[in-house]
Write a protein that binds this ligand. Structure first.
Ligand code: VTB
Length: 310
């Protein structure tokens, strides 16, 4: 419940910046609220995925210790505003996301691109990021007992993904292209009503670790492969102890535990969650998605009323 409150407070703090064209202010507000609430929790937390390196980010930087220091030792992966650009433009699908997991269990992914392949529980064990998308679609369709033409593949709408989109069209399957926010896309594969079977494409590696944690909790599957763009990024991987930066990371290598928990709170409306609302009486309403240890269902959706903070 404490982690839920962290996500709710961050989303509510970002709300005033929706559609204002000021993405840094939105991110700053979400980050500060998240850090303040996190520091009230009885835990000894370390940020492993956050706002950047210590010299780049004043708060929630990698290796920052959070919490009162009294409780369990945990790894924390956050994105106070997943989708600052589209939040600042008033567009859909911006979220606050927080993942917490046993100490030392999350991949320390550098902030660079990662190729990702995600599926829901029924297709778990039937993906291989090194094979073509066509081969993966065949194997996933078989696992789901669907015809290839009934498959829906979510892909971020970027020229770098045109070759993937072509493979979907060539087998007669369906794409669901999205402008931004691949954490939502990855989670969608594990929520049957959303009718998404596969998420594939290149996006941020930090978002990949966060999405992988959610899929671990949801019983889905995920594979990732870092895509360093130049020698500097390649060398950064080596310095971070990744001796073979282009190797494939399986879900169990990205999240090396079942002791994990994930929560997302909508900021703007999206396919997974409604955004924050402000009622006429000043009350704020938030919508959150919870999964992982301590949650009795596979996932829970929570709508909550909040009095205005500060
Ligand atoms: C990715 C994706 C994110 O931004 O990082 C993307 O993982 C950036 O892609 O979910 P481009 O470099 O092509 O803009 C998001 O979509 C939003 O943060």
């Amino acid at each position: 419940m404490d982690i839920l409150a962290v996500a709710q407070q961050a989303a509510i703090a970002s709300y005033p910046w929706i559609g204002k064209g000021k993405k840094n202010d939105a991110d700053g507000a979400g980050t500060e609220a998240m850090r303040n609430r996190m520091n009230l929790i009885d835990m000894d937390g370390t940020i492993v995925i956050g706002e950047g390196e210590m010299d780049e980010a004043p708060m929630l930087y990698i290796n920052e210790r959070l919490g009162t220091g009294k409780g369990p030792k945990v790894d924390i992966a956050v994105d106070p505003v997943e989708g600052t650009t589209f939040l600042s433009k008033g567009q859909e699908n911006s979220l606050t996301v927080v993942a917490v997991s046993a100490k030392g269990s999350l991949l320390h992914a550098p902030d660079m691109y990662m190729k990702k392949l995600a599926v829901g529980p029924k297709a778990k064990g039937h993906i291989n990021i090194q094979a073509s998308l066509t081969e993966n679609m065949k194997s996933v369709a078989k696992a789901l007992g669907k015809d290839l033409t009934e498959l829906t593949v979510m892909i971020q709408d970027r020229p770098r993904h045109n070759y993937l989109i072509k493979q979907v069209f060539d087998v007669g399957a369906r794409v669901k292209l999205f402008p931004d926010g691949d954490v939502t896309g990855a989670i969608a594969t594990a929520i049957e009503e959303l009718e998404v079977d596969i998420l594939v494409g290149i996006g941020g590696a930090p978002e990949g670790v966060i999405a992988a944690t959610a899929l671990k909790c949801l019983g889905g599957d995920f594979q990732g492969q870092l895509v360093p763009q130049n020698k500097e990024e390649f060398d950064r991987c080596l310095r971070m102890g990744l001796s073979n930066p282009k190797r494939v990371f399986t879900l169990n290598e990205i999240v090396r535990t079942d002791e994990c928990f994930f929560v997302a709170t909508g900021i703007t409306d999206g396919m997974l969650l409604k955004g924050v609302r402000k009622k006429d009486n000043g009350l704020m309403v938030s919508h959150s998605f919870l999964t992982g240890k301590g949650i009795s269902e596979r996932y829970q959706l929570i709508e909550a009323n909040h009095s205005l903070i500060r």
